[in-house]
Design a protein around this ligand. Structure first.
Ligand SMILES: *[C@@H]1O[C@H](CO)[C@@H](O)[C@H](O)[C@H]1NC(C)=O
Ligand SMILES: *[C@@H]1O[C@H](CO)[C@@H](O)[C@H](O)[C@H]1NC(C)=O
Length: 191
């Protein structure tokens, strides 16, 4: 009996009425840090999709690097190399543009024959309505691909119950230092 009731509840919640699917979903690059792109309504609660757009600064060089190597092998192979980061996220590509949060977590070279990373990262936001909210990403990042897709596996604050995906695209890379700027377009479903 209890089991049946649980099933009924699940079915009720998944009957949604689609209210808005805005055209901005088709044109992701508006330059804004965040915008709501769709809204799905049930009788009990509302599910939203928020589009976040920002730039990620992976800095290994200088006096105050934000990404440091914490493990790996001494040989030339990248396989196993692991980095901890506290990377700044900004609204524009320029590092001195407005900060919108930090990417805190780890990435590791997880493939023997290609530069494909395992990403385990919390994106913690500090701007506007998402100040204090975060999303968690766990995914595969083959860094030489033009666009990499990584799953959002959860979130906190305004992003509680989050799921969705992040699209990462490298816009600048310094081969000598390893410093990089990566553009992110994130689509996060939450309530
Ligand atoms: C970044 O912005 C600063 C200050 O506005 C400016 O001096 C600098 O030239 C900009 N850098 C780039 C690469 O556009
Ligand atoms: C974000 O929240 C913190 C802590 O509540 C607060 O100190 C800070 O001023 C807020 N920042 C913005 C940009 O609203």
């Amino acid at each position: 009996m209890t089991y049946f009731l649980k099933n009924t509840l699940t079915i009720t919640i998944t009957i949604y009425i689609i209210i808005i699917i805005s055209s901005s979903m088709l044109h992701p690059s508006t330059g804004a840090f965040s915008e709501e792109v769709s809204e799905v309504i049930s009788m009990k609660r509302m599910e939203k999709t928020t589009h976040l757009h920002f730039f990620f600064h992976d800095i290994h060089s200088g006096k105050s690097p934000t990404a440091i190597k914490i493990a790996g092998t001494p040989d030339a192979s990248l396989f196993g190399d692991t980095y901890m980061m506290d990377n700044v996220l900004t609204e524009g590509q320029n590092a001195s543009s407005k900060a919108v949060g930090k990417a805190q977590g780890m990435y590791a070279f997880a493939a023997k024959n290609e530069p494909a990373l395992l990403m385990v990262v919390n994106y913690d936001f500090t701007r506007g309505e998402f100040n204090g909210s975060s999303i968690s990403v766990l995914g595969r990042n083959p860094v030489t691909d033009d666009v990499r897709e990584m799953p959002i596996v959860g979130g906190s604050g305004r992003f509680r119950y989050a799921n969705g995906y992040a699209l990462a695209h490298t816009v600048w890379f310094d081969l000598k230092t390893g410093d990089a700027i990566v553009e992110y377009n994130v689509y996060v479903k939450h309530y």
